[in-house]
Write a protein that binds this ligand. Structure first.
Ligand code: ZN
Length: 230
């Protein structure tokens, strides 16, 4: 067998090396990006300071220009305009671009209600699961969400649908002790974890889909079945 002259061997080896490098480049870049960017891990503690959330909640086309009003948020009200636990929670929700799953026992906070409606208007697929006892109470946002065309399903059990979690874009899990009520937001000691974690998101999404199917309106029985046993 004839040996190739050295330069040819070197050139062939270089070509193979280059091809491998080009092949590996996307995964190397992904690895570098993933390595640099830490997944989101945040905890919000409540009660939240009362701050103005108007700038966050205005649809982009109705937002006054900062130049016109003089304040950086474009709002002139007397509330503080900095960050708070509530504004961070709103921001985490408003980051949704494709989907939002909500599994909430109590939902009466007008700001959180507006955020969810805003996402629905932006074309985000919003699905809500809630508790049948709480949703009928005064001030509940559930009726408004339904009126806006958002899909809501509820339990029909004696036990409460007592979860308090949200999943943003099937990527970020928001969960904790907080009921989405102004009373809880402003008065209670509560915690809310915001985490980007594939495994937890998958587990909570599975639980959501299970409940979503279980609360399918076709399965509602409005006439209680005769009790078996005592
Ligand atoms: Zn304001």
């Amino acid at each position: 067998m004839r040996r190739w002259p050295l330069p040819w061997q070197a050139a062939a080896a270089a070509a193979v090396g280059l091809a491998l490098a080009v092949e590996a480049l996307p995964s190397v870049l992904r690895w570098l990006r993933g390595g640099r960017r830490r997944p989101r891990r945040e905890v919000l503690f409540f009660p939240s300071q009362v701050t103005c959330t108007e700038a966050l909640l205005q649809a982009p086309d109705t937002r006054p220009s900062p130049a016109a009003s003089g304040s950086p948020s474009g709002c002139q009200c007397s509330l503080p305009h900095g960050e708070s636990s509530l504004s961070r929670l709103l921001r985490a929700l408003l980051a949704a671009r494709a989907s939002l799953e909500l599994c909430l026992f109590a939902f009466s906070s007008p700001q959180l209600g507006r955020a969810v409606q805003l996402l629905h208007q932006r074309g985000v697929r919003v699905r809500v699961v809630t508790d049948c006892d709480y949703m009928a109470l005064n001030g509940s946002q559930i009726g408004l969400l339904r009126k806006a065309g958002i899909q809501v399903r509820h339990d029909q059990d004696l036990g409460y649908m007592h979860h308090k979690f949200a999943i943003v874009d099937k990527k970020v899990l928001i969960t904790g002790s907080l009921n989405w009520t102004t009373q809880a937001i402003q008065n209670n000691r509560e915690n809310v974890l915001i985490m980007e974690d594939d495994e937890y998101v998958r587990l909570f999404l599975e639980e959501f889909e299970r409940i979503w199917e279980e609360f399918n309106p076709t399965k509602y029985t409005f006439f209680p079945q005769e009790k078996r046993g005592h």
